[in-house]
Design a protein around this ligand. Structure first.
Ligand code: SAH
Length: 263
């Protein structure tokens, strides 16, 4: 008896939007794919650009979770390589586990290929760094409460109390809550803020810089109401600072495994 084909479902991070920001592995899997299920308008470009002409390409925007897992299961019985293409990295706000559990239950193999998150692409677009020596050495990926409740202890005021870099997803329409959270944690009016709309999208990316006091108005003036990353960080604007603490790694006076200090 010929065993029934069970291909693998690959959860591939498509990156933030620029089709060139998918990984080499993600692109190879798309080129081999028999079926691709993609998540909305942000990633259709990569799917249509790299998948073979005969590949079945389906947008998941009108599907329920049950319909998606059923579709992926059916396709895995017909194709060796099935791709679920997601924006940015699949492990961030991507309903990943909700999709992998039913596949495991159905005996379908699956694996994840990471992607460039929009948080990274937003900082890259603005030429900013998430960490700076003696300023902040930590990054928090979060969101404010919308229809998805925040677990206890994760409200923005509590997280912002660390005064570290905050990459705030899914919150461009909730800037009033972002502002309230930062203020409650003692961030001043002049705290620099960055909003990037469609980071990395060729010709569509927009960067808005402002402060805690004016970022909401600046975004309103720019008409930015969707697909945007909100970043609050004490590192923003460092390219123009007079004083900067140098990182030890490249400091001539610092010895490490690969280089002796110049004295
Ligand atoms: N997994 C994705 C995030 C999905 S949640 C990632 O790693 O990037 C969707 C949210 O991501 C949006 O509300 C927005 O805050 C952010 N986002 C996705 N793509 C973006 C882009 N190109 N530019 C700016 N923000 C983006």
């Amino acid at each position: 008896m010929i065993p029934a084909l069970t291909g693998t479902v690959w959860f591939v991070g498509a990156g933030p939007g620029d089709p060139e920001l998918i990984t080499v592995k993600g692109r190879r899997l798309l080129e081999q794919a028999g079926a691709v299920l993609f998540a909305g308008s942000l990633v259709d470009q990569a799917a249509t650009r790299y998948a073979p002409a005969a590949c079945l390409i389906r947008d998941s925007k009108d599907m329920t979770l049950e319909e998606m897992t059923q579709w992926l299961t059916e396709q895995a019985h017909q194709h060796q390589t099935v791709v679920r293409l997601q924006t940015g990295d699949p492990a961030l706000y991507g309903a990943l586990i909700e999709m992998t559990r039913p596949l495991t239950a159905a005996g379908i193999a699956w694996a994840v290929v990471p992607g460039v998150s929009s948080a990274m692409a937003s900082m890259a677009a603005a030429g900013e760094s998430m960490t700076l020596p003696e300023v902040t050495q930590s990054v928090i990926f979060t969101r404010v409460e919308g229809r998805t409740p925040m677990p206890p202890g994760e409200d923005l005021a509590a997280l912002a109390a660390h005064h570290t870099t905050l990459c705030i997803f899914l919150s461009i329409t909730l800037l009033h809550k972002v502002e309230a959270g930062l203020r409650a944690a003692g961030w001043p009016d002049a705290a620099p803020m960055l909003v990037v709309h469609k980071a990395s999208w060729p010709g569509e990316e927009r960067i808005v810089r402002g402060t805690l006091a004016d970022i909401k108005q600046r975004c309103r003036d720019a008409g930015i109401v969707s697909q945007a990353m909100v970043i609050a960080s004490p590192t923003l604007g460092a390219a123009g600072w007079d004083q900067l603490v140098r990182s030890k790694l490249y400091d001539p006076a610092f010895t490490h495994r690969f280089r002796k200090a110049i004295t």
